[in-house]
Design a protein around this ligand. Sequence first.
Ligand code: AMP
Length: 225
Amino acid sequence: MRQAGDEVPRAVILFGPPGSGKGTQAHLLKEALRAPHISTGDMLRERIASGDALGVQVRELMQAGRLVPDEVVNQLVEDRIGSGDCAGGFILDGYPRTIQQAVELDGKLKRRGFAPVVIHLKVDYNKIIARIAGRRQCPVCGTLYSLSSNPPRRPDLCDEDGAVLAVRDDDREAVIRERLEAYDRQTRPLLEYFAATGNPFHELDGSEGSPQEILSRIAGALRLG
Ligand code: AMP
């Protein structure tokens, strides 16, 4: 995660609308950087699976395509980035999603000595809807597939562990539209916030090319050898 000349470990923030490829790229980058992938969406899905009271509340919001309260996700991230495996840097996928989360994150990163770098994956909304509709996820290991650009080797089965792939509840079209609306209203304004902080910011085309080609663009922006 550190490269020659880096003085501090980096927090790579993958930013973009739902379906822009953040999860897929985070999985690939995790291997390339040997750094943990922190997905608030995955952490919240684990919480739902636990079936506790908070999990029930989270499930309702997620199924409606709405954001979970800032305090909930801020606490999850606070606990996660304090673990030992994050000390050399980490990849954030799906966080921050509101200005309040971004302000909190800035404070956390400064206190803990991480340098933020934002990668914005730009993707056309029509492509997003088509892309999400073809998305499948392994319910066991979380690996993501796309029926068009990155299908599993055997239809409907995970390459890693053979589990039957699932469509996420919030990947149905009506919910996708809600999620895009939440992005427009609450998350997109972060672009101005990022610009105002002056931290490193890279805007990349997340529409064209294979996942590996998009990964190369990200690696170039991060100046990975
Ligand atoms: P994702 O897997 O990142 O697409 O997230 C799926 C859903 O989890 C979102 O639609 C939200 O309901 C919730 N979620 C994930 N990350 C956040 C976050 N940073 N803030 C609020 N809600 C979140």
